[in-house]
Write a new protein. Structure first.
Length: 217
C-alpha cells in the first residue's frame, strides 16, 4: 500500500478537506459593519509524518481604515494602534486581504485541501471582520469558509478549563509575553501554538488515528 505524502493527504484527511488557518485581527471596535479593520495575520498549519500539526508560515499586514470606518478610542487604547501614524506601513483593505489570502491559497494547493477554515480565539469575531472586509472591498477570491470555524476558546475550555487566551496558552505549557499581546502577529502565533498543542494532545490520547496505521480500527 502506498504511504500518503506527509503534510498533504494526511492533513486533508484529518479535517475532511478543510485546512485550519489561524487568523487574528486587530480592529477599531467590536462591530464588523462599522469599525475599521486595522491589522490581520494568518498562519496555516502543516502536518508532519507522524500526523502531528505544526504551525506554518505566518503572514501579516497593517490595514488602512476603510472610508467611513469608525475608530473607538477604547479599542485603540487596548491594542495600542495609531492608525494615522506617519511611519505606519499599511495596505488598503482589498490589497491587505490579497496579501494574506495568497499564501492561504498556496497552502490549500500544497495540502490538497479544498477550503480554509478559520481558527481563532473567539473565532466568529475574526471571521466577521474578514467577511465584512471582503464584502466592502469586493474581493472575489476569499479562501475561507463563510461560517465554519474552529474556536480555541471552546477547545481550551474543554482541555484546560481556561478561556482567556493568555491563561489558556500558559495552561498548555507555552510561553506568553503580555507586552507583545494585542498585535495580530503575536496573537496569531500564540493561538496557532495553542491549537496545534490541543489537537496533537488529542492525537496522542488516541482521539484520531492516522489513516493506514496498523492501530487504526
Amino acid at each position: 500500500m502506498d504511504v500518503p505524502t506527509p503534510s498533504r493527504s494526511l492533513l486533508a484527511d484529518r479535517f475532511r478537506g478543510f485546512l485550519p488557518v489561524i487568523v487574528d485581527v486587530e480592529t477599531g471596535g467590536f462591530d464588523a459593519t462599522r469599525h475599521a479593520l486595522l491589522e490581520i495575520a494568518v498562519q496555516p498549519v502543516t502536518m508532519d509524518a507522524d500526523g502531528l500539526l505544526v504551525p506554518g508560515e505566518l503572514t501579516s499586514t497593517h490595514v488602512v481604515p476603510h472610508e467611513g470606518g469608525e475608530l473607538d478610542p477604547r479599542s485603540l487604547a487596548v491594542n495600542g494602534i495609531d492608525p494615522h501614524h506617519p511611519l505606519r506601513v499599511a495596505r488598503p483593505e482589498k490589497a491587505a486581504l490579497e496579501h494574506v489570502f495568497k499564501p492561504v491559497r498556496a497552502a490549500l494547493v500544497a495540502s490538497e485541501c479544498q477550503r480554509a477554515v478559520l481558527v481563532g480565539h473567539n473565532a466568529h469575531f475574526d471571521l466577521g471582520f474578514v467577511n465584512a472586509a471582503v464584502r466592502r472591498s469586493g474581493h472575489k477570491r476569499n479562501p475561507f469558509h463563510n461560517f465554519s470555524v474552529f474556536d480555541t476558546v471552546t477547545l481550551a475550555g474543554l482541555m484546560y478549563g481556561q478561556t482567556v487566551l493568555s491563561r489558556a496558552v500558559q495552561a498548555a505549557g507555552l510561553d506568553w509575553d503580555g507586552a507583545e499581546a494585542h498585535s495580530a502577529r503575536y496573537d496569531v502565533e500564540r493561538t496557532s501554538a495553542l491549537f496545534c498543542t490541543i489537537v496533537n494532545r488529542w492525537r496522542e490520547m488516541g482521539g484520531w488515528v492516522q489513516p493506514g496505521r496498523a492501530d487504526a480500527a
